[in-house]
Design a binder for this molecule. Structure first.
Ligand SMILES: [Fe+2]
Ligand SMILES: [Fe+2]
Length: 341
């Protein structure tokens, strides 16, 4: 397994004391933090069945696009083992950083918090009775097995730029699902997705701070890494999402169509996130850069404007129903496959 290069390891070591100092603000205490059980029916108590009835009643009012995005978001969260392994490789694969390094502590704390995202959304979907859970579980298994190459290698600069971007993207997505849930009277789902989005917001703050620390140590290295990532575009963690019998990524493309037309995550969000990152890292005002750093700065600062010109020319997502196995009645096969076979 490859480790980060020596310069990057040096940056990780140099930034460690500041990360240690900030950890208490970046992670919530386990016992005072929220848990799935705070929101979901409590079957140990007498009110459990009534709480379940209310959950199913509100979920009955959800439209299929909202449910589809919720399922896709949940599956993305449930692929946590993939991201955990990848982050550990970046945080020093072997003995370069010991287990009590603040980077390792952060990664473990982050994993613990992310774990409850998949958990709470999965339980909500299971209890709501609108979803073929076996088909969803097959998609989860496939995604974990397929992995999710973020194209960042073991480079902590690229890796934490990626996670800064992704935490902002997942926040946007969960917030928009929350909004759509509330519009349809699903208050419990609104609350759950808002809490998840709150975690994503805090995580995004953590990762952007890490990059700010790296910027103090090696501004040219960070800018060149950022430029490289944006030139190749930020790939989504669930881009290999598939359904039973499907090819890698085929369900992801359908999911993207639904997320775009539902306004849950669109190319405009991509640009806005890029702009937030440029602002958070004060990229336009960075000075004293070398030639590669200046070139990267120019490219990055001009990118939002270029994307804003391109996006209106992208084709609108189709309005037709997008079929997913996740909604099939138990034991049923999709209509097209029945006809074909
Ligand atoms: Fe999450
Ligand atoms: Fe997250």
């Amino acid at each position: 397994m490859r480790s980060p290069d020596p310069g990057r390891l040096e940056a990780l070591r140099a930034a460690a004391p500041e990360v240690e100092r900030q950890l208490p603000q970046l992670l919530r205490e386990v016992e005072s933090s929220w848990h799935s059980a705070d929101f979901l029916p409590d079957f140990q108590g007498e009110a459990g069945m009534e709480q379940l009835r209310r959950l199913r009643e509100e979920a009955a009012a959800l439209d299929e696009d909202t449910l589809t995005v919720l399922i896709g978001d949940m599956i993305t969260e449930e692929a946590l083992p993939t991201y955990a392994g990848w982050l550990h490789r970046m945080g020093g694969a072997g003995d370069e950083l010991d287990s009590e390094s603040p980077w390792r502590k952060w990664i473990r704390g982050w994993c613990a918090e992310e774990n409850r995202h998949g958990e709470v959304l999965n339980r909500y979907l299971y209890l709501c009775g609108r979803v073929n859970m076996k088909e969803v579980e097959i998609s989860i298994q496939h995604l974990i097995r397929d992995g999710g190459d973020t194209e960042t290698g073991t480079d902590p600069f690229r890796g934490f730029i990626y996670t800064s971007f992704q935490e902002m993207a997942t926040r946007v997505s969960h917030l928009n699902v929350a909004r759509r849930a509330r519009e349809r009277g699903a208050e419990l789902l609104y609350t759950v997705c808002s809490r998840v989005a709150g975690d994503e917001h805090r995580h995004a703050r953590a990762y952007t701070r890490f990059i700010s620390l790296f910027l103090e140590l090696d501004p040219n290295g960070v800018l060149v890494a950022f430029e490289d990532m944006m030139r190749r575009r930020i790939v989504m963690p669930a881009r290999f999402l598939r359904e039973r019998g499907g090819a890698q990524g085929d369900a992801f493309r359908k999911f993207e169509t639904v997320a775009t037309r539902a306004g849950v995550y669109t190319p405009w969000d991509y640009v806005r996130i890029l702009e937030s990152l440029l602002e958070a890292w004060r990229v336009p005002g960075l000075s004293g850069l070398n030639e590669a750093g200046r070139r990267a700065q120019d490219y990055l600062c001009g990118l939002p404007e270029r994307l804003r010109r391109v996006i209106p020319r992208l084709p609108a997502p189709p309005a037709d129903p997008v079929p997913f196995r996740w909604f099939l009645p138990p034991g049923a096969e999709p209509a097209a496959e029945v006809a074909a076979g």
